[in-house]
Design a protein around this ligand. Structure first.
Ligand SMILES: NC(=O)c1ccc[n+]([C@@H]2O[C@H](COP(=O)([O-])OP(=O)(O)OC[C@H]3O[C@@H](n4cnc5c(N)ncnc54)[C@H](OP(=O)(O)O)[C@@H]3O)[C@@H](O)[C@H]2O)c1
Length: 186
């Protein structure tokens, strides 16, 4: 009978190689688990961020109201696709010329904020402002109450239409006036 002799060194080498291969495969498993956990963590963070954005959107969201729908209809009928411009002081000088130039393009509805409606009516007639596209509104800029009333009137008039352009033109410049002039509000 043939006798097989196993060298003790060969036996030891095989054992070490076997142990090393087990350690390698265990390490691979741990790495795979780590990657999976990291992936899940990133996914959770991404979902949380999206959810936050969603909630931010919700805070700005307003349920449509009947009044809002009515205002949008009024604005669409009144202005069509024209831009809404508000100019202070359209009854003379630069404000008057600016209103005329914008109206001539046919692309704007101009609201003229003026302190003298009779004067404005005359000027609008002289310059041929189309009443369909020009609206005069009373506004005495030297009086806060009048300014607030103007804002209320404008809001009611424009309904849901945003103000596309605001030209703050009206003012008086009197550097040589020998005394100080005050508004009603001081
Ligand atoms: N023209 C220039 O060389 C020049 C140079 C630098 C700066 N600016 C400035 O440009 C703007 C227009 O000048 P402009 O030469 O056209 O003057 P403007 O002919 O005197 O016209 C001024 C307009 O502002 C109105 N206004 C004045 N005070 C008001 C008040 N308290 N409430 C409501 N409306 C009021 C006037 O109304 P009424 O018609 O009822 O008076 C008028 O429509 C002014 O801000 C001015 O300071 C002009």
């Amino acid at each position: 009978m043939e006798r097989i002799s196993i060298k003790p060194e060969a036996n030891l080498l095989a054992t070490v190689e076997f142990a090393a291969s087990r350690i390698r495969s265990a390490l691979k498993k741990v790495q795979g688990l780590g990657k999976m956990l990291m992936g899940r963590l990133l996914l959770t963070l991404a979902l949380a961020a999206t959810a936050c954005d969603g909630f931010k959107f919700m805070t700005n969201w307003k349920a449509p109201t009947l009044q809002g729908i009515r205002d949008q209809k009024i604005a669409a009928e009144k202005f069509g696709d024209k831009k809404l411009v508000v100019i202070t002081g359209t009854s003379s000088g630069l404000g008057r010329k600016t209103a005329a130039a914008l109206l001539n393009t046919g692309q704007y509805h101009v609201v003229g904020a003026v302190r003298d409606l009779d004067k404005m009516e005359l000027v609008a007639e002289l310059d041929g402002f189309d009443p369909k596209d020009f609206t005069a509104m009373h506004c005495e800029l030297a009086n806060y109450t009048s300014v607030r009333e103007f804002c209320d009137n404008l809001n009611e008039f424009k309904a849901a239409k945003p103000i596309d352009r605001l030209i703050c033109n009206a003012a008086v410049y009197q550097p040589s006036l020998p005394y100080a002039k005050w508004s009603v509000d001081g």
